[in-house]
Design a protein around this ligand. Structure first.
Ligand code: ZN
Length: 157
């Protein structure tokens, strides 16, 4: 079964990376600890936070929680892969903005919604079913896929 995550306010960029890797990662800002714990409990999500007190409180409520160290996002991804056996795959990306799932849309339909130069250069487009954002593989794609493959590489012995 796939793991579901809930990230606290300090982990916004990690949430985006997890989503890009196809992992269901909700992210909450402006929410008190009790609500965060309750949401994790009600939705069966694993709580990720940099707050050691929050981890301790979550565990009291039998919520699975992991303390995230102050290391780079790509190293945190490696840690999560090791701990939870995640399989990151940028081909299965969710919406980095809102965690919605993406569906592919017809190139013709997207024409009025993206810059002309983008439309000419990209051949596949995806749309978030929740927020309606449109995605394509632009110049940033190489960086994205190299970060994901870095994270997925087994470490040298
Ligand atoms: Zn979205």
């Amino acid at each position: 079964m796939d793991h579901l995550f809930l990230l606290d306010a300090m982990l916004g960029s990690l949430a985006r990376w997890l989503r890009i890797g196809g992992v269901d990662a909700e992210y909450r800002r402006d929410i008190i600890d009790e609500e965060l714990i309750k949401e994790a409990q009600n939705t069966g999500r694993i709580l990720l936070t940099r707050d050691v007190v929050l981890v301790q409180r979550a565990k009291k409520y039998s919520v699975d929680a992991l303390l995230i160290p102050f290391i780079k996002d790509r190293e945190i991804l490696r840690l999560l892969i090791k701990v939870y056996g995640l399989e990151l795959d940028a081909e299965k990306s969710r919406c980095p903005k809102c965690n919605g799932t993406l569906r592919s849309i017809q190139r013709e339909d997207v024409k009025p919604r993206v810059p002309e130069v983008t439309w000419r250069n990209a051949f596949e487009f995806w749309e978030c079913h929740l927020c309606g954002s449109v995605y394509w593989r632009g110049s940033h794609w190489e960086n994205i896929s190299s970060t994901i493959s870095y994270a997925m590489q087994p470490r040298n012995p």
